[in-house]
Design a protein around this ligand. Structure first.
Ligand code: TEU
Length: 544
């Protein structure tokens, strides 16, 4: 059967033509005056998100948490953290979002809990408790290391044993080999499904099959068994979007997760393109200055063709709450800020997959000019700085890395308007500083400018909803100059050409056909016809 036929046979879900918007609640909108974003603040802006056209919100964790990792350390999965509001606020957000046909995707963090979760408190206090085996205890540590620096093992004074934490010491890893633990998780998931959520984003879900004694963390032997069991016990009976965060996925592995017949997940976040931000096989802090466009083309082409339609499904993203702002590292956040933002959006959103927009991406928010460690909040950056300083790395070099690639770049408050603190909070001081460029870059200014990046995103989101070729057509990378990323999406009778100049320089391009229909563009195609050249950051899609 032809590839396109296979696609047409594929059962279509709402998320095949949806665009998802990620909200980091801490930084979206404060309504209580404490300098921290909250649930009421999200509800307040649902009309803005409906105008943008998104179908669903991926809501980073709002559960009870000591906030060691800003909510990715959960102490009660079925209670809302006081700083974000209460369950009534959550229920109101769900109902108001539903009125606007916006689904809420909850963040499922079940590789670990907080060390203040009742399970871990009992496990620590009572080594004979059933909860002890909900976690991973050993008499001696091995060489496993934490993502947040240092050993992945923390000794518990009471029992003398060590517990595993692949992230912070306050995030003990759960033992998924324990069936009672697994069923507690499924009960919790069904609590949230019963509330009418639209699905789950699954935090580091590729780690739940770990075999610590063999120092296997990702892609463990039982991982897919657990996901099949989870599917059947919870979301499998509903039409929900499930997206796994899987740093180690290859297209082959991604097929295991997202092939419909496997009954696991809808899709995964793979990070191969994100790996181009730093030197190969080096920690992320060892960043590279310039995007390797040919490598980006190879990676995207591989994922678009090998995760072939009908056998799996791609997610598409540049940003999230863990990543630097793509405009600042791969675009041009100075003289070509909006145009390069449009180019990156056109390039990504016209591929096959479900696109994700991170809060502020749609208005071209940029990295923050951090210059001292006192300005940095994120535990990953703070722990990295401590370790690097102890290893003799200069604070200048450390700050250069954090400024370029630290997670706080994504977590500065959403820039709503040019009033104090960008309209994010009425508090004297927001929890993290607002980017000083907020008077130039904010929602109010974007909405008032019909040529702004916001309207490019709005149009791309509409295209995905209305034009089936974005799901059904195949993907073919075209041979072009290094800095030009060009591909075609073909169906039997239709061919769409997408061309993007990912550089500040003019590039020769003679590929425009005599007759075409412009689908979307950030430039004057007549100019390209006349000169045979693409200006800096020119990007367009035409129907041949
Ligand atoms: O992130 C997984 C993860 O490994 C990232 O921390 C990544 O390695 C790093 O940020 C690269 O810069 C997920 C969540 O997205 C993250 O916010 C949490 O800190 C982490 O899991 C632990 O829950």
């Amino acid at each position: 059967m032809k590839k396109n036929e296979k696609v047409r046979q594929m059962k279509k879900h709402w998320w095949h033509q949806a665009t998802i918007y990620q909200i980091y609640p801490r930084s979206f909108q404060d309504t209580s005056g404490n300098g921290i974003g909250d649930l009421k603040g999200i509800t307040q802006h649902l009309d803005y998100l409906q105008n943008l056209g998104i179908t669903a919100i991926w809501l980073s964790p709002v559960y009870q948490s000591p906030m060691d990792d800003n909510g990715y350390d959960i102490s009660d999965y079925q209670a809302i953290a006081d700083i974000f509001g209460d369950m009534a606020d959550m229920d109101y957000l769900l109902s108001e979002a539903k009125k606007r046909d916006i689904k809420i995707i909850m963040d499922l963090v079940v590789n670990h809990t907080s060390d203040e979760h009742a399970w871990f408190v009992e496990a620590r206090e009572n080594p004979q408790s059933p909860e002890r085996d909900f976690y991973i205890w050993r008499d001696q540590p091995n060489d496993l290391m934490s993502t947040f620096s240092g050993s992945a093992w923390q000794q518990d004074p009471a029992s003398g044993q060590y517990y595993l934490h692949l992230f912070s010491k306050k995030q003990p890893d759960l033992n998924w080999e324990n069936p009672d633990l697994r069923h507690k998780i499924y009960e919790m998931m069904n609590f949230w499904i019963a509330k009418g959520i639209g699905g789950f984003r699954m935090d580091v879900i590729d780690l739940i099959g770990k075999i610590p004694d063999l120092e296997i963390t990702g892609n463990g032997p039982k991982l897919h068994d657990y996901l099949k069991e989870m599917n059947q016990a919870t979301f499998g009976k509903h039409d929900l979007l499930t997206v796994g965060e899987t740093w180690g996925a290859t297209p082959e592995i991604a097929k295991q997760y997202s092939c419909p017949e496997n009954k696991e997940l809808s899709m995964v976040f793979q990070f191969e393109h994100i790996g181009l931000q730093h030197k190969p096989n080096r920690p992320k802090w060892d960043f590279v200055d310039e995007l390797d466009v040919p490598a980006l083309k190879r990676i995207f082409s591989k994922w678009q063709t090998e995760l072939e339609l009908g056998q799996g499904w791609n997610s598409l993203f540049w940003n999230n709450h863990d990543l630097p702002r793509v405009l600042s590292i791969w675009g041009n956040d100075q003289e070509h800020r909006q145009k390069s933002g449009k180019a990156l959006a056109i390039l990504l959103h016209l591929m096959c997959g479900t696109p994700y927009i991170y809060q502020g991406e749609e208005i071209g928010m940029t990295n923050y000019p951090f210059d001292t460690l006192e300005q940095v909040d994120d535990i990953e950056s703070v722990n990295y700085a401590k370790e690097a300083l102890a290893n003799g790395v200069s604070e200048v070099a450390i700050m250069e890395s954090i400024r370029r690639i630290g997670r706080d770049n994504a977590r500065t408050p959403m820039q709503w308007d040019d009033s104090l603190h960008a309209g994010f909070t009425s508090a004297d001081k927001p929890w993290l500083a607002v980017n000083p460029n907020y008077k130039e870059i904010n929602v109010a200014k974007a909405l008032a400018d019909k040529e702004s990046l916001f309207y490019t995103y709005q149009k791309l989101i509409t295209l995905r909803k209305e034009q089936d070729w974005l799901v059904d057509a195949d993907f073919n990378l075209l041979e072009t100059a290094d800095k030009i990323f060009a591909y075609e999406r073909r169906l039997e009778k239709e061919t769409y050409l997408i061309v993007v100049n990912l550089s500040n320089q003019t590039q020769d391009f003679e590929g425009l056909p005599a007759h075409y229909q412009t689908i979307i563009s950030n430039t004057d195609l007549n100019h390209i016809e006349k000169t045979g050249q693409l200006a800096a950051w020119d990007a367009f899609c035409i129907k041949k």
